[in-house]
Design a protein around this ligand. Structure first.
Ligand code: AGP
Length: 604
């Protein structure tokens, strides 16, 4: 969602900020803006509805300076237009602010400020903050920001410039990421390391309640109450090239093709052949604690929720711990019973999804133990949880998740094996699962080689107005994820049902114009799945099967390599990522930036 970039140093700031904004485009946005301290010391602002390239086109020739902040906005309060785009200025035009997050008491504050004679120029919640800063009588910019923050309720990542304090940018975080990038006599700030890594890999991630003052050759961190905090820079794991398209036509295609390496990474260094188990260094769950877990509840949203559903099945099968997954967005609102013997696991690719973070915070408040299965190292959810497993998929730029989904499911496979071997999973079964995990990278590579065939199938099905996805038990979350992928990027309506539920309702929809994608693994439910195909065929439905062997009743079958039954879901989803990709491509969709969606949903 919204993105922040800022710079203070010696270089010409506008091109740096625009480059940073471009690197944040993947997060989703609808307008953009930039403010710099011009040569005369006056703040200069340019804003534009639409893409960063439209902002760039509006930047005048002499827009030079060495300090500035910029923003990509995802509309929450007020329409996407030039006025509502950030940065916002105070009444005197001396203070500029960019803000990510939501100010919950904005309406109250706005009413009070209007009563005091302040004229608002936008409909945003963010504008109240800049007026509060501008009206503060405190002596320093830091104190003015602190005074304003004391009056606001809600979430924020902010960056502030003040004409009377031209040597600094002040930033603050509460629930919305703020990362400082430390350069050589220059400092950067961003809401996402993607905007920093082409300049520096030395970063400091602020905690909630923390602020920082950035000067060209120095920075300091402190709390919103003013106490100094210690900030040790860490090195970002990924090179700038990891965020480039690398010769592919879309990030989605690049990320799908990276899966053999990504899966290799999540396995690397974790397998312990001696005890037929895995080591998960960051889990913070000793064997005694692991044995005392009586139930596991997995929480995530969208694709991560689907990965959690597969994870729950793996844990239940391999570790025999009753497990289930639930959308974090629902869980946090239903006053759940928090049981001390339940282990909670929060799943998030970005580690920022607000609904997941809020669920974690609610659980922690109630004393639950919460682990994370997260991709982004050091992200809010990773830091909020008591331990967990990083999925090491590498940066995922496309709004729709592919390699992160696969790696998350593999990470659950590792966790299930680990818990299983602490409990009742035999050495022989441990060995069997390890052998299966080791086969995955090569099997994924083999499937990706079949892309041309999948492209042809996608062209055949691209005309459908609606599609049905079915699977049973292990195949059901695979069907749900494949259906989500298709609808996210092609905008074809898609439904996912357990194959077992067909005759309880959705069979009524089956007709030649509604194709069905069926997940048909060679497992103990093969005959049951085949019976579902018969039922569809009898109603003249078209069928595309994803199976371990050609399905007679299907019009087409994508054959996937066989692994251990417990690991089948990892492989069966991959051809359907390519299917969604090629369907969307055949329909001319903007694959990396599907309409109405953002990569990280950091607001309610
Ligand atoms: C993935 O294709 C989706 N864009 C979306 O469902 C996403 O998985 C969801 O918003 C959760 O994001 P997270 O994994 O970063 O928490």
């Amino acid at each position: 969602m919204c993105g922040i970039v800022g710079y203070i140093g010696k270089r010409d700031v506008a091109p740096l900020l625009l480059e940073g904004l471009q690197r944040l485009e993947y997060r989703g946005y609808d307008s953009a803006g930039v403010v710099i301290t011009g040569k005369s010391g006056v703040l200069k602002t340019v804003k534009a509805k639409g893409r960063v390239r439209e902002l760039e086109a509006r930047i005048p020739k002499r827009f030079t300076g060495t300090t500035g902040i910029a923003h990509t906005r995802w509309a929450t309060h007020g329409a996407p237009n030039d006025e509502n785009a950030h940065p916002h200025l105070d009444a005197d035009g001396k203070v500029a602010l960019v803000h990510n997050g939501i100010i919950d008491n904005a309406d109250d504050l706005r009413a009070k400020l209007i009563a005091d004679g302040v004229e608002f120029t936008s409909e945003t919640d963010s504008e109240v903050v800049v007026h509060l800063i501008g009206r503060s009588q405190a002596d320093t910019l830091e104190a003015k920001v602190q005074e304003a923050l004391r009056r606001i309720e809600g979430t924020y990542g902010i960056a502030v410039m003040h004409q009377d304090f031209p040597d600094r940018i002040v930033v603050a975080r509460n629930g919305s990421p703020v990362v400082l990038g430390i350069g050589d006599k220059e400092m950067f700030v961003a809401s996402d390391v993607a905007a920093l890594v082409s300049h520096t890999r030395q970063v400091v991630t602020l905690d909630d309640g923390e602020m920082a003052t950035l000067k060209a050759d120095d920075f300091r961190t402190y709390t919103t109450e003013g106490s100094t905090t210690s900030a040790t820079p860490t090195t970002v794991e990924w090179e700038a090239e990891s965020y480039d398209m690398g010769g592919h036509d879309t990030y989605m295609h690049k990320e799908i093709s990276e899966q053999p390496d990504a899966v290799d990474r999540v396995l690397r260094g974790r397998i312990d052949d001696r005890f037929s188990t895995v080591h998960l260094g960051g889990l913070n769950l000793d064997p005694r604690e692991a044995r005392s877990v009586r139930r596991i509840k997995i929480l995530g949203c969208g694709t991560s929720y689907h990965a959690g559903q597969i994870g729950a099945q793996m844990i239940e099968e391999l570790a025999r711990i009753p497990s289930d997954a639930e959308p974090a967005s629902e869980f946090r609102y239903r006053n759940p019973v928090v049981d001390p013997d339940t282990l909670y696991i929060a799943v998030s690719q970005s580690g920022e999804t607000y609904d997941v973070l809020a669920a974690v915070q609610e659980l922690k408040r109630k004393g639950a133990r919460v682990l994370g299965v997260v991709n982004v190292v050091g992200s809010a959810i990773a830091r909020e949880t008591d331990g967990g497993v990083y999925v090491h998929a590498g940066p995922e730029v496309c709004v729709v998740s592919t390699k992160c989904f696969t790696n998350t499911v593999v990470a659950f496979g590792l966790l299930a094996l680990h818990l299983g071997r602490i409990r009742d999973l035999s050495v022989a079964d441990g060995k069997r699962i390890i052998a299966g995990l080791r086969k995955l990278p090569a099997q994924i590579a083999e499937m990706l080689e079949g892309e041309a065939e999948i492209e042809k199938l996608a062209a055949e099905y691209a005309g459908a107005k609606s599609m049905m996805f079915i699977g049973r038990v292990r195949g059901y979350p695979v069907a749900r994820e494949a259906s989500l992928k298709l609808k996210e990027i092609s905008y074809i309506h898609a439904e996912a049902y357990p194959a077992s539920e067909l005759k309880h309702g959705p069979l009524a929809l089956i007709e030649p114009a509604l194709p069905t994608v069926a997940i048909v693994p060679d497992d103990e439910l093969l005959e049951k799945n085949r019976a579902a195909l018969e039922e569809i065929k009898a109603r003249s439905g078209r069928i595309l099967a994803v199976a371990h062997q050609v399905q007679e009743k299907a019009d087409h079958t994508i054959v996937v390599p066989k692994n251990e039954v417990e690991l089948d879901p990892i492989l069966m989803g991959i051809p359907l990522q390519l299917f969604a990709y090629h369907t969307a491509k055949a329909m001319g969709r903007d694959i990396d930036k599907p309409r109405n969606l953002a990569k990280s949903v950091t607001v309610e």
